[in-house]
Design a protein around this ligand. Structure first.
Ligand SMILES: Cc1cc2nc3c(=O)[nH]c(=O)nc-3n(C[C@H](O)[C@H](O)[C@H](O)COP(=O)(O)OP(=O)(O)OC[C@H]3O[C@@H](n4cnc5c(N)ncnc54)[C@H](O)[C@@H]3O)c2cc1C
Length: 264
């Protein structure tokens, strides 16, 4: 039996600029005929755009009538962001089978959603899905850290706190969550965005709030450009010098990492 994730080819049927930094891409065509949604509200797919072989993850904002919509954040540089900024209708892309992670317990008294622009598609779909399942929207609260005016993007009902990002390519959501006035009783906390912020929040939820793992879901969706990016270093000379000096492979990789971090 093959363990390879299933893949689908899809045609780009539409491209719509929703706001300065958000582009809606509609995919469809015969390659998606067998696509099956997991039904999990934050489900995502891997996307490979033309001329690339690496995938990037995108939330399935919706799947209906043979059309799959993703909303792509347009940031400074990147494989998908640069592709999505262009005229792409008619392109063919590859997507992988969907996976999801949102798992609110049936007896949750409340639902808190926190995220930056990359998390907006998931937060919108989660709010929509739980509302359709009969969860009182008054028990849902959303914190959205976005650079654009996106008032109509989220379904009506839940109270939304709109936050400005601290700067281009930056997020300050960890501080926001640490200051939340938590509702009484047991509920579910879902959060996604910049990875360093998510690491800080996981620690906070485990140590300070002592939540059981079933009560929250926190996902790093991207790595901030403000963090140190490794330098591009050719591993060839380091490898040859290491071998000549009789170093082990591990030592050579450590030398390579040190060179990328600028310590040599
Ligand atoms: C489960 C999951 C679901 C996701 N859903 C969505 C979604 O619905 N919509 C969406 O837009 N993104 C979503 N993301 C995030 C997206 O996969 C990443 O932002 C991805 O890195 C974008 O790829 P890229 O090719 O544009 O940039 P890359 O080539 O990956 O990165 C190039 C540079 O851009 C920086 N960068 C990457 N993303 C951002 C950003 N958002 N803002 C500022 N700088 C950035 C990187 O640090 C890097 O330096 C999701 C991620 C996961 C794991």
């Amino acid at each position: 039996m093959s363990t390879r994730a299933r893949q689908y080819t899809a045609d780009v049927l539409g491209r719509e600029q929703l706001s300065d930094h958000l582009v809606r891409v509609t995919l469809g065509g015969p390659g998606l005929a067998d696509f099956e949604s997991t039904g999990i509200a934050d489900e995502w797919v891997g996307l490979v755009v033309p001329g690339q072989f690496q995938s990037r993850y995108y939330t399935v904002r919706s799947w209906a009538g043979g059309q799959l919509r993703i909303d792509v954040v347009v940031h400074e540089v990147g494989l998908v962001t640069e592709w999505a900024a262009r005229e792409i209708v008619g392109d063919t892309v590859t997507i992988t089978e969907p996976k999801g992670s949102f798992a609110m317990p049936g007896d949750a008294a409340w639902l808190l959603l926190v995220g930056d622009l990359t998390a907006m598609p998931a937060m919108a779909r989660i709010a929509e899905t739980v509302g359709r399942d009969g969860f009182d929207p008054a028990r849902v609260r959303i914190w959205a850290e976005v650079p654009d005016e996106l008032g109509g993007y989220l379904p009506a009902g839940p109270a939304v706190t709109w936050l400005d990002p601290p700067g281009e390519g930056r997020s300050g959501l960890a501080e926001v969550v640490e200051a939340i006035d938590w509702p009484a009783g047991e509920g579910y906390f879902w959060m996604a965005g910049e990875s360093a912020q998510m690491r800080a929040i996981r620690k906070h939820l485990m140590r300070e709030r002592q939540l059981p793992p079933t009560a929250y879901d926190v996902m790093g969706y991207w790595r901030g450009v403000a963090q140190r990016q490794p330098r591009a270093v050719d591993p060839g000379p380091i490898w040859r010098a290491g071998k000549a000096a009789g170093k082990s492979d591990d030592q050579i990789w450590a030398d390579f990492d040190a060179a990328r971090e600028g310590h040599t």
